[in-house]
Design a protein around this ligand. Sequence first.
Ligand code: AMP
Ligand code: ZN
Length: 135
Amino acid sequence: MNDCIFCKIVNKQIPAYFVYENDNIVAFLDINPVNPGHTLVVPKEHHIDLLETPDEVLSDMLTRTKKIAAAVIKAVKADGFNVGINTKPAAGQVIFHTHLHIIPRFSTDGLKHWPSKKLERPEMDKVREAVKKLL
Ligand code: AMP
Ligand code: ZN
């Protein structure tokens, strides 16, 4: 994909703050970090999102994430971290090359978790049945 910014980073056509690379994956600092150490784990192959990414690539990403996240939180002295894969524009995906966010968290960072809703039992049951049928 010629016009994909993450392919360009993978191919070293544009610079990035790389922290890790192997045959299948790179990891580099997010240019607009939520907190210091915010890192993106990116497969070298171009796939547009999580659902289009082969299982073996995802396994490799997650295994590597465990190691990279441990290093990141130690390096920035974080108290924890969030992992996220924004999938589709409605969920905030803006780069359509699969990537996983490691977001270091500090007990004092003031960030809030997403808000929750209370759904009634019939709606919970309806959703559960719909999902179960598709699995
Ligand atoms: P998403 O909303 O999940 O698609 O996230 C895309 C992320 O890529 C955002 O957090 C951006 O700050 C980050 N980003 C965009 N361009 C670059 C770049 N050139 N180098 C590093 N991170 C980038
Ligand atoms: Zn790409």
